[in-house]
Design a protein around this ligand. Structure first.
Ligand SMILES: Nc1ncnc2c1ncn2[C@@H]1O[C@H](COP(=O)(O)OP(=O)(O)O)[C@@H](O)[C@H]1O
Ligand SMILES: [Mg+2]
Length: 320
């Protein structure tokens, strides 16, 4: 019987192996050895002069062909078994990787890489690797709810909404609430984007200069394409219209915004998911703006969605 233990840290010189639990496109990534009929996680021995993190990357590449991936350490594991190093406890570092793309050929004793929806039943190391996977799942489960922005961590509370540009979450840090927007790169039929995160930053500045009431931008992480914004707690105009609550009293405020925008040569996105009311004040919460075009201004376009028009109802029926 093998005994498997987990540690947060050990002396680095003890680490002899790296094992990478990997996923690609939501599926588990396993390797089949040329001489065996069983599956194993990518991983292997640390070579002389190598850091353990380099071992992990080298093995991941050699055994799966991963070229575009994100890898992160999870913890240390150890194995103690009578038939393993004379019963001595041996240590390895466990990693989690998300692989975006693979190169065709492999540079190792691995015959092929297979992607699994469900875990395999024929493991090369049945007493060890299923436990490593479980540990990664547990640890990542906790972590899935934590996101960092320029090295500050935020706890994700819930998804507020998804737009054409990103996912906006209600997030918490130091007992305060924020909106964390994660840019996404999903295709959109009716709009083409340049660099989205740079656009958010530039548009934010243009909106500020135009004097439009918007949530403050508190942090921006260009590399991870994340923004921290002030949270405007309240209903969106979209939800009010959908629930048949009149938004008449906010029309004056949106007209004021439209006038300010136009006099700065801008259009904002007048779609009502982009407006939130807090304490009677209307905020434009998206940072998107475009050069002014009559076709997309409030009176010609936006207003159509500020009450239960056929256009509004059509949108609702297509998005629920
Ligand atoms: N600062 C904020 N305060 C409150 N809710 C917000 C805020 N930012 C975004 N949201 C919510 O998230 C949704 C999508 O955000 P938005 O910035 O409009 O994304 P996109 O650029 O993808 O359209 C909004 O409809 C709103 O419900
Ligand atoms: Mg929006």
């Amino acid at each position: 019987m093998a005994q498997v233990k987990f540690y947060d840290t050990v002396d680095g010189s003890l680490l002899r192996f790296a094992v990478i639990v990997a996923k690609s496109n939501g599926k588990w990534v396993f390797c089949k050895h040329i001489e065996r009929d069983t599956y194993e996680c990518p991983g292997g021995h640390r070579e002389a002069g190598e850091t353990i993190d380099d071992t992990a990357k080298r093995e991941l590449y050699e055994e799966t062909g991963a070229i575009d991936y994100a890898i992160q350490p999870v913890c240390i594991y150890s194995v103690t078994a009578p038939d393993n190093f004379d019963g001595k406890e041996t240590f390895g570092k466990l990693y989690y990787a998300q692989i975006k793309s693979f190169e065709g050929e492999l540079h190792s004793e691995i015959e092929k890489v297979e992607l699994f929806d469900e875990l395999p039943t024929n493991w090369t190391y049945p007493e060890i690797q299923p436990l490593l996977l479980k540990e990664v799942e547990n640890k990542m489960g906790e972590e899935r709810h934590t996101v960092t922005v320029n090295n500050n961590s935020y706890k994700i509370i819930k998804l507020l909404g998804k737009g054409k540009g990103g996912y906006s979450y209600l997030a918490e840090s130091d007992g305060k609430q924020f909106v964390l927007k994660q840019i996404h790169h999903e295709h959109c039929d009716y709009y083409t984007f340049g660099n989205k995160i740079e656009a958010e930053r530039n548009d934010y500045q243009r909106l500020l200069n135009a004097g439009i009431r918007i949530p403050k931008m508190l942090d921006i992480d260009i590399e991870n394409e994340r923004i921290i914004k002030e949270y405007i707690k309240g209903d969106t105009i979209f939800d009010m219209v959908k629930n048949d609550v009149s938004v008449e009293e906010y029309l004056t405020q949106v007209w004021e915004m439209a006038t300010l925008a136009k006099s700065s040569g801008l259009n904002i996105d007048y779609f009502p998911t982009n407006f939130v009311v807090q304490n009677g004040l209307l905020y434009y919460i998206d940072y998107e703006c475009n050069n002014y075009m009559e076709k997309w201004n409030f009176e010609n376009w936006g207003i159509k969605y500020w009450s239960r028009t056929p256009e509004f109802l059509e949108y609702v029926s297509q998005h629920s």
